[in-house]
Design a protein around this ligand. Structure first.
Ligand SMILES: [Zn+2]
Length: 144
């Protein structure tokens, strides 16, 4: 569990490197993240763009509007459709990595849960880190 960390897409054609620990790691229970993950929630690591390097593979992107009104540009690998990261084109200095794609997922340490009002009822929320019913202002940076 150390940096630099490496990650791949589901079909392993995309390889990336993450040089430093993230600024923050957030678990989001919003309904968009349930769609995105095809699961109960998704995780986001806010990382400095300079700490992220796409080593191999070419990503495609599409734009969607997040709940905050910000544009989320969503990068994925076309063959396996695995989402790798999102960015706000107006704040390209920070990207929002989808850390389930890391090779060593033991380095993922969630520091906040957001949109718990739409969390699946069987999800047990932690009591030792902040949990927000919606999205706190500071986490607007993390929109999916
Ligand atoms: Zn979300």
């Amino acid at each position: 569990m150390s940096y630099p960390a490496t990650g791949t897409c589901q079909c392993e054609q995309v390889h990336y490197k993450l040089r430093q620990a993230p600024i923050i790691t957030v678990v989001c229970h919003c309904t968009d993240c349930q769609k995105l993950s095809a699961g109960a929630f998704s995780m986001t690591m806010m990382v400095k763009r300079e700490d992220f390097e796409l080593v191999r593979g070419e990503l495609q992107a599409f734009d969607r509007t997040a709940a905050s009104g910000n544009i989320a540009r969503c990068y994925f690998y076309p063959t396996c459709s695995n989402r790798i990261y999102h960015e706000n084109p107006e704040k390209p200095e920070v990207i929002r990595l989808k850390p389930g794609t890391l090779d060593d997922t033991s380095i993922i340490k969630p520091e906040m849960h957001v949109w718990t009002q739409s969390a699946q009822p069987w999800v047990t929320l932690p009591t030792d880190i902040p949990c927000h019913e919606t999205q706190p202002l500071m986490a607007a940076l993390t929109d999916r």
